[in-house]
Design a protein. Sequence first.
Length: 190
Amino acid sequence: MAGIVDRVKNILLNPKAEWPVIDGEAGDTKEVFTYVAILALLPLLGTIIGGLVSGILPLAYVIPLAIVQFILALVVVYIVAFIINALAPTFSSEKHMPSALKLTAYSYTASWVAGIFGFIPVLGGIIALLGGIYSLYTMYIGLPVMMRTPSDKVTGYFIVALICAIVVSLVIVSVVGGLLLLPFAGALLR
């Protein structure tokens, strides 16, 4: 656990120095997804606390919503890593799925840490937005290290990967969100 805390601290406080360290690690899938699973629990806790404190949603809905949010975090990390890896040759970068997975997983760190504050009205949203922006910055500076992207290709690679990730995330959230709201559709129509 101390290793995870150190990684979080280092990726948040000095990502430029941390990316070469991450690049030098074997980074097997199990280890990376253990990190993802632990950090993805933070927004889950924010969702549960927020749902319970606000009283807007019943506990019977908040818990499944939080669990789905957690599962989606794992799925989205893998899909975004897959996209980054698939795009690599287009931007003269090295195609290497373990590196793409590490890049994606560790880039999301700020976003997940910020997610714990999701239960605070308005401020939680601002903190989450700032965490998301910092996660994007972290990914941007990690691309040249992890994917061996030439400096003149980093911005284009980042923008295309970001657009693809947004589209994929919107599709996943729309489908899953629609399925989660289905039980409430009848109540809304009455």
